[in-house]
Design a protein around this ligand. Structure first.
Ligand code: GMT
Length: 385
């Protein structure tokens, strides 16, 4: 197939997932065209069958905010025509779905039929998309897409709850590539970061308020008062300065390492004992799945889709949002008991296998085949949009 993928190029979950999906499709001999405003973070090297098209956003003194959606729709039209693409898969509703649907209408005028598959990732539904100024456009985009998928049952429910959706939404969970994410022997790295064999806790995110990174530090503070421990914080974002301040206030700076944005997260996860994810909202929690694939159990909240990934009492523990005492107590149960920790490590890996790339890729391919077949029937019948 010849597939277009519209995505955010950042380290955020939706961009990561979309890039990894494109790479997997390319490996399976599909031609993939990424469209974004800058090079996707996980598209590091040249890969056969992958093409990247940058959206150029012309500036003009009149614009306070240059119209990205218009430039994106124009780019989609150009790329579909020049590469004879069979479908457009957009990740994140805003503004990717509406831009793709605009492109679809433009192409239809020229007799070209391009189906649009929209994948909802979370914040486009649970947070940003619900804003009054976005809501009608998101609702329209969901209803007009040829197929809509969401990354967890929780997100499917939230979408129906918050938007007037008149069509089925298919749940296709996020996936993990075990070729990349697996526990690697990195003792030298562990010796460097925890020279006295301290337990290592880790958190990765974009340091937005919704991630409650402050809670990570508060949970860690309780833990390190009972056992020797280190905390690794991976990522960066708006909350970073505040988190550093909390570290200073709690007097734990010498035990907390800010690693910033990292490419090879699996290398770091490989030396960690527990992953902490105290998010306020999380449609899936791809970062937790990445940790589990590297045999790291998860201490998280029960927000959104997290209970579908992290199984309470099996792969880690779930707590109420903001309950740092409970999350620390759960962490200590595992950190103080080697045998239990080993069991949870194994369980985490087993659960991660349910989200193995091959299983999930097939589900996306099914959707692609369905929409292409339906588009062929519709275009033969020359039906309206
Ligand atoms: O919250 C993030 O890390 C970024 C955000 C995004 O849209 O890129 O992530 C969302 O999509 C990920 C991939 O499907 C999910 O794993 C995250 O749970 C989801 N974030 C939220 O729902 C807050």
């Amino acid at each position: 197939m010849r597939i277009g993928i519209v995505l955010y190029p950042t380290f955020g979950g939706s961009g990561v997932l979309a890039t990894e999906l494109g790479k997997a499709l390319a490996k399976n001999n599909h031609q993939v065209h990424f469209i974004s405003y800058s090079q996707p973070a996980r598209l590091e090297a040249f890969v056969e069958n992958i093409f990247y098209h940058e959206v150029y956003i012309p500036q003009y003194p009149l614009f306070q905010h240059a119209p990205y959606e218009t430039a994106l729709a124009g780019k989609i039209v150009e790329i579909v025509k020049s590469n004879n693409l069979e479908l457009m898969h957009v990740h994140y509703a805003i503004p990717h779905a509406s831009a793709a649907l605009l492109a679809k209408m433009i192409l239809k005028e020229e007799g070209i039929h391009m189906p649009v598959v929209t994948t909802l990732h979370g914040t486009d539904i649970t947070l940003v998309g619900r804003e009054a100024s976005y809501e009608p456009v998101v609702t329209w985009s969901i209803n007009q897409s040829d197929a809509v998928t969401a990354v967890s049952d929780s997100l499917v429910r939230d979408t129906h709850k918050h938007f007037a959706v008149k069509r089925p939404i298919r749940m296709i969970p996020n996936f993990i590539d075990f070729e990349r994410f697996n526990k690697k022997p990195r003792q030298y790295f562990k010796d460097l970061l925890a020279p006295n064999n301290e337990r290592i806790l880790v958190h990765t995110s974009n340091f937005r308020k919704v991630k409650r990174v402050e809670d990570v530090v508060r949970i860690f503070d309780i833990i390190q008062k009972e056992i020797p421990a280190k905390l690794l914080l991976i990522g960066d974002g708006p909350e970073r300065s505040n988190i550093e301040k909390v570290c200073r206030e709690l007097g734990v700076c010498n035990k907390v390492t800010f690693l910033g944005k990292q490419e090879a997260i699996e290398e770091i996860l490989s030396i960690c004992d527990l992953f902490i994810l105290p998010s306020e909202s999380e449609s899936f929690g791809l970062s937790a799945l990445e940790a589990m694939a590297c045999e790291v159990p998860v201490i998280s909240t029960n927000a959104g889709g997290l209970p579908e990934v992290n199984i309470h009492g099996v792969t880690g523990f779930l707590s109420k949002i903001g309950d740092c005492q409970d999350m620390a107590a759960n962490a200590l149960i595992l950190l103080k008991n080697d045998t239990l920790l080993v069991d949870f490590r194994k369980n985490a890996l087993e659960q991660a296998k349910n989200f193995a790339l091959d299983r999930i890729l097939t589900q996306y391919l099914e959707v692609y085949e369905e929409v292409i077949a339906l588009t062929d029937i519709k275009s033969a019948a020359n039906s309206p949009l």
